[in-house]
Design a protein around this ligand. Structure first.
Ligand SMILES: C[S@@+](CC[C@H](N)C(=O)[O-])C[C@H]1O[C@@H](n2cnc3c(N)ncnc32)[C@H](O)[C@@H]1O
Length: 222
């Protein structure tokens, strides 16, 4: 595995969330394949989900605990904390990649979120050690570009199911359509895990679609 770039070689991007700004370290697009750094780049789905966070405050009113899965750089959870963070709100950003976790710690510190955003190891499909998380159950799970493989979909959804309370909470995710069929699997399998698609109202399933457009999906507990 190629070494991570030195700290001074990260690209630093200024991300605007309304009137707030964040500075996020990541690997630019031309480098991440060489570095095998899938989670170390800010993916287009993450940008779209950040935009949704900003433009849909009503979807998050009442959310006091938020867990992001497959955070990569941590951008989505950090934007959430910037927009909606208060003393009563708990935000966890998680990943299974040690390199992503290191980058997330760095971005948390760089933006001075050490006391409000919790960085945790979490691998989908593994038994979740709730004691390691800042909450046993979350009001909201966030995820961007995490359903990129059909095999991972049940593990991803089972993790969401475990993190949400039995009868409340929501999953807000930005998924990439087209590709290997994981998008369709996510929509089709979600009801098995107690998740009902509420946004968009009609499942956007078009077998003829080949475009790799990203789309925000919001599921609530069925
Ligand atoms: C395509 S990247 C998306 C990163 C970030 N969410 C974004 O949109 O910029 C997928 C992320 O999921 C993480 N991931 C992959 N498989 C995982 C698993 N089984 N459990 C937890 N995280 C996983 C990767 O380490 C990576 O950070």
């Amino acid at each position: 595995m190629a070494a991570l770039p030195l700290e001074e070689e990260w690209a630093v991007e200024t991300v605007c969330a309304g009137e707030c700004t964040l500075r996020i370290h990541h690997i630019p697009e031309q480098q991440y394949w060489d570095l095998n750094g899938m989670g170390l780049h800010i993916w287009p789905a993450a940008r779209l989900l950040c935009d949704y966070l900003l433009t849909h405050p009503a979807s998050f009113s009442g959310c006091r605990s938020v867990c992001e899965l497959g955070s990569g750089t941590g951008i989505v959870g950090l934007v959430y904390a910037k927009l909606y963070g208060t003393e009563e709100v708990t935000v966890a950003i998680t990943d299974n990649s040690p390199r992503a976790l290191k980058l997330m710690e760095q971005n948390v510190a760089f933006n001075q979120f050490e006391t409000t955003v919790h960085v945790r190891y979490l691998r989908w499909g593994e038994g979740i050690d709730v004691a390691q998380l800042p909450c046993a159950k979350f009001d909201c799970v966030l995820a961007s570009d995490c359903t990129f493989s059909v095999d991972l979909v049940p593990h991803f959804l089972a993790t969401v199911d475990t993190l949400l309370a039995e009868r409340s909470g929501q999953l807000v995710m930005c998924a990439v359509m087209g590709g290997v069929g994981a998008f369709e699997e996510t929509i089709n399998q979600a009801p098995r895990y107690g998740l009902r698609l509420v946004e968009p109202k009609q499942p956007p399933l078009d077998p003829t679609t080949t475009s790799k457009r990203s789309i925000v999906l919001r599921f609530e507990r069925a």
